[in-house]
Design a protein around this ligand. Sequence first.
Ligand SMILES: C[S@@+](CC[C@H](N)C(=O)[O-])C[C@H]1O[C@@H](n2cnc3c(N)ncnc32)[C@H](O)[C@@H]1O
Length: 308
Amino acid sequence: MKTFINESMYEVYFILKNEIKKLNPNESIYFEIINPDIDANENEKKPIFKGYKALTNLAEILYCKMLTPKIITETNVQIRFKKLNTNVSFHINSDNNSEKYGKDSLFAAIKKNSEPSFVIPYIEALKRVQLEHKIRVLNLGINSGDEFEIITEVFNFINHIEFVGIDYCQSAIAEAKERFKNQENFKFYAHDINELESLELGKFDLIISIGTLQSSNLDFKLTFMNLIQNYLQKEGALILGFPNCRWIDQEMIYGAKMPNYSFSEMTLLYKDVYFCKKYLQQKKFQVTLTGKEYVFLTATALASKPKQ
Ligand SMILES: C[S@@+](CC[C@H](N)C(=O)[O-])C[C@H]1O[C@@H](n2cnc3c(N)ncnc32)[C@H](O)[C@@H]1O
């Protein structure tokens, strides 16, 4: 087991990278470091890592999951990184059928609602648009209903709100219906967003869509503009979530994924986010961008006095 004492960060990375290459997925690498909790000013042993955040970041860069560290001596801790299986990812599935995100898919295994960097900015966005004052809420790409579940956990006075969830994945919508079967104000439709008009839904006070509008079967700009022009009330609000991450072996790895790139590349993310922001500002919306692994664009009509 290697002990890192005087190495630079790049040396640590380089050594670990080469060792991890030799491992099979799910195998772990162990190494020792100076306990990051030791105050560098009060001890001659200077930790390379100033805290566990640096170590979880390094694990992520190396496509690993950091497991619980072990205290070895008064000054040293043992760190364990488990190698992720990069083949276990719904992004790799190039099928474009509607069950790609279904109940038996790799996508269904991920737990987005357990990730603070998704949940907290999402809730903040819902508060910013003053969800509790809305009457009709539409979610496009609701899948099995996770984004509505957060709403029911956090907001109390929502029985007056009609929630409508759309997704063309039959098995995901069946699950959503089962999950919300006792809540009459939640409705779900297994339906293609490209054919939204046939549902005759009318207009909404809030439209939410997370990780969906950039799907390859949708024309991003046209779908987005159609929503604003035909489905959003004049004084309505919008929350769009743009993934700036990939899901690998059920771990959320920072950085957007572009087709044909082996590494994370963010041009499309910035381009689409900026297009929406500019368009909405022209239509007199106030727009904020928040989040990290998920970038949240939150728009409120200037006339509706948004909460800061
Ligand atoms: C990446 S998933 C995101 C799901 C969920 N919002 C989330 O962030 O976990 C994209 C979702 O959009 C749905 N979807 C993609 N294209 C669609 C379309 N044309 N019509 C309806 N749903 C679509 C998929 O079935 C899937 O549930």
